[in-house]
Design a protein around this ligand. Structure first.
Ligand code: SAM
Length: 424
């Protein structure tokens, strides 16, 4: 694909935001970057925060509905456009605005055509016009990218794929974890101790009292790993800690927490979160694959880096970035982290392993390989009483959350969590 993304002087109003959306899509789909990670570079030069928000919204909608948008485009072209064709990118952006973001069609196309100046303007204009005249619409239930659908159907079945598709269309609710059992919190539904769920669309700042530090945003599924460590009982190592959702849970539960992460920038957010909530932890900036503690811990939480496919509802870019190579690389790092950290638990100590992934290689298969590799660890099965209502342990005693669960309540992210004891 030729490089079409240089800032262009004298762009008509509205075009720079679309150019930024194009840069974001290029970063995610061609270079495998995270959408949030690409934001800073892609929106440089957009002075207006509403333009930055629009670029982000367009890119996120395209990533959510990519398979359906491409099917529409293919229905209106004689020959399929290559995946990385400039015309396909421009059409995705124009159609996402017209169909999903309620942009008037003339504005959606006129702000996109300058992106293909000197190129397939006529084709883009023609295909867009054909689709608009035909009142083109997207299917009510979004399709997953074909490779993801095939992988998840093989692992979890057709119902899970359908539920995941529906989850893409629904805005997820806002889950808060509470610092204290009896902290005052806004109206909402509680699905577990120290949890409240607010309706989809609730702004974080709008949650009354947010600034007072009584709660933090954390998907219900993401709160499960720390729940499996229970009430504070000594020293815990939170091994991949930043930005600190689980560190705060552990500190609030009374643990003496050491929060370690390799990313200084993400640890700065963890420090801010601790300051805001009035909780404390010892912070260590280190690569867990090179670091060694001076004394064993009573418990270790390994919230390992992963493909992150379980958080596709809020981060649709993961659906396009988590290819088999990325999943295999993450699996190898997780195995190395597990092998190393298990030696740091005291005899009788607890190890909790978690990933926000819907890939069995990073979850069930990883836990099985870990158990097979050591004779000093055993599973400590999760108990239903420790879990949110509606989530049950698996037959192996692990926790696996799927898009098919708690659907009527607003569902939850995809997580795998396993609890082990060392030398039990
Ligand atoms: C899933 S995120 C952690 C989320 C965090 N536990 C929370 O609840 O907010 C994974 C973290 O692992 C960190 N990480 C990746 N490789 C690491 C390594 N080799 N050593 C330490 N931390 C690492 C990343 O910087 C990232 O912050």
């Amino acid at each position: 694909m030729p490089a079409p993304y240089k800032p262009v002087r004298d762009d008509p109003p509205g075009v720079p935001a679309r150019r930024a959306a194009l840069k974001l899509l290029d970063a995610v789909l061609r270079r495998g970057q995270a959408l949030e990670g690409a934001l800073h570079n892609a929106t440089q030069g957009l002075d207006n925060p509403s333009d930055r928000a629009l670029a982000h919204a367009i890119a996120a909608q395209v990533l959510r509905r990519l398979a359906d948008l491409d099917a529409l485009i293919d229905s209106a072209t004689r020959q399929p456009l290559p995946d990385d064709a400039k015309a396909r990118f421009a059409l995705r952006i124009a159609l996402a605005q017209a169909i999903l973001l309620e942009t008037p069609p003339h504005a959606a196309i006129s702000t996109v055509l300058p992106l293909v100046d000197g190129g397939p303007r006529k084709l883009v204009h023609g295909v867009f016009g054909t689709l608009m005249r035909a009142n083109a619409a997207l299917p009510e239930v979004p399709a997953l990218p074909p490779a993801v659908a095939a992988r998840w159907e093989a692992a979890w079945g057709a119902d899970m794929v359908a539920a995941a598709g529906r989850a893409i269309a629904d805005q997820p609710p806002l889950d808060l974890s509470l610092k204290d059992e009896d902290v005052e919190h806004p109206e909402g539904v509680s699905l577990a101790p120290r949890h409240v769920r607010l309706p989809a669309g609730t702004g974080v700042r709008a949650a009354e009292g947010f600034g007072e530090g009584g709660w933090w945003v954390q998907d219900l599924a993401a709160s499960i790993p720390a729940r499996l460590l229970g009430t504070g009982n000594g020293r815990v190592l939170d091994l991949c800690a930043a930005p600190g959702g689980k560190t705060m849970q552990l500190a609030a539960a009374g643990w003496d927490v050491t929060a370690l992460d390799v990313s200084e920038a993400r640890l700065a957010r963890l420090s801010d979160n601790l300051a805001r909530t009035g909780l404390s932890a010892d912070i260590v900036v280190a690569d867990a694959l090179a670091w060694t503690p001076s004394a064993p811990f009573d418990a270790i939480l390994i919230d390992a880096p992963c493909s992150a496919t379980g958080i596709f509802r809020r981060h649709p870019d993961v659906l396009h970035r988590a290819c088999p190579r990325v999943i295999a690389e993450a699996r190898d790092i997780q195995a190395a982290l597990l092998a190393r950290a298990a030696d740091w638990a005291r005899p009788g100590g607890t190890i909790v392993y978690a990933v926000c992934s819907l890939e069995p290689q990073e979850g069930e298969a990883q836990a099985a390989a870990f158990l097979a590799s050591r004779d000093d660890v055993a599973v400590v099965p999760a108990d239903a009483a420790e879990l949110p209502a509606g989530v049950a342990p698996t037959a192996d005693g692990f926790v696996r959350t799927l898009p098919t669960m708690l659907v009527a309540e607003g569902a939850l992210d995809g997580f795998f969590v396993a609890r082990f004891a060392r030398n039990p």
